[in-house]
Write a protein that binds this ligand. Sequence first.
Ligand code: T4K
Length: 415
Amino acid sequence: MKTKRAIEDLAVFGGQPAFQKQLFVGRPNIGSRGSFLKRVNAMLDQRWLTNNGPYVQEFERTLAELLDVRHFVAVCNGTVALELAIRALELKGEVILPSFTFIATAHALQWHDITPVFCDIDPSTHSIDPQCLEALITSRTTGILGVHLWGRACPVEALSEISRRHGLKLVFDAAHAFACSYRGRMIGGFGDAEAFSFHATKFFNTFEGGGIATNDDELAQRLRLMRNFGFAGYDKVVSLGTNGKMNEICAAMGLTELESMNEFIAHNYRNYRQYLKEFESLPSISMLRYDETEKCNYQYVVVEIDDKTSLVSRDELAEILCSENVIARRYFYPGCHLMAPYRERSIASGVTLPETERLAHRVLVLPTGTAVGADEISQICHIIRFVLGRDTELRKRIDEQTRFRQSNSPMSPDE
Ligand code: T4K
């Protein structure tokens, strides 16, 4: 391990970076190459590349069983999974969702001319706050789109109860929550439908890919039509549709990844436990915990930097880590309601989501996955402990540097 003893040892102040190669959040987990290539060869021999081929069908059957749902409809990515679910459920007008999510959750609605109405979160869970939600329901509201952030279920019972009482559809964005459970039931079976992403950066990937899980037979039928241009037979179109199909090579990847999925989870779990232990006695950082009685993919190592106890901000820590080649990510900053094209509307209508905005300034996601092991985590945590332990000294140094930069800038007010 490259020990940092003095401030000058930090790469940001001219020291040697701790890592030669960059460490990323969301480096793909890769299953058995042999197994994947065997499937690819068989696919090429059969000359069946897409359009509900044998791998897609096997993938769908396996996933429906794994998630304990009647139907799993595989599609080309998680955004299209959301869009198809939204269309097939005939959502319109306004749909309520958390702002603290990946922008695709909001875009999937807006793309279909549905207004995303952003709701604040509960800071203790990072998930949509049901108490704020109810006040946002209007005569135009047709649905609720909950997000199982970080693979932890959002408040499923409360959302189900509210949606039932107001006659609203309930969809979940389960992009983070493949192979996770809630109260012993696999995520996938809640609400009217749940949409998954199998993007390369997810713990389980099909390069690009996604799918919708549902127990509703009619909905599944509509989804299957819609993902294939509305074709009900060779030349019979019965509904509006798009091209949302998953192709055979992606399904082959998915089937291969399933063989190693438990190893990926075990690796992520070891990483998660190590991070927890390393941060145990560091008061200015708090790490998101998973309920270990549930199934979980442990894909996200999420920390919050407490600006009341640390003189170094989240963004400064991220910059310091980046110089060391640790590409930690601040997720969902500044919150979807403050991103284009929603920002202007939020500002004009006075939407403020204090908890979302506060969290978006505190959260940092650290590298994990099979590309990251115990030595890397020790080194990352050493740097973080060093930075937060020397925050007074660092604050002085950063402020001096900022003043120096400002006084040498051609735009400097001193000139
Ligand atoms: N809902 C939620 C809650 C989501 O999180 C997402 C997707 C969706 C819906 C939509 O699902 P998809 O339509 O994407 O299936 C990434 C992903 O593109 C996105 O899938 C994901 N969420 C989101 C949270 O993160 P970026 O902007 O972080 O991607 P990028 O290119 O910066 O990649 C992250 C890091 O991963 C890079 O620094 C390098 C590394 N990487 C990436 C790729 C693609 C690799 O090492 N190899 C790779 O192949 O968005």
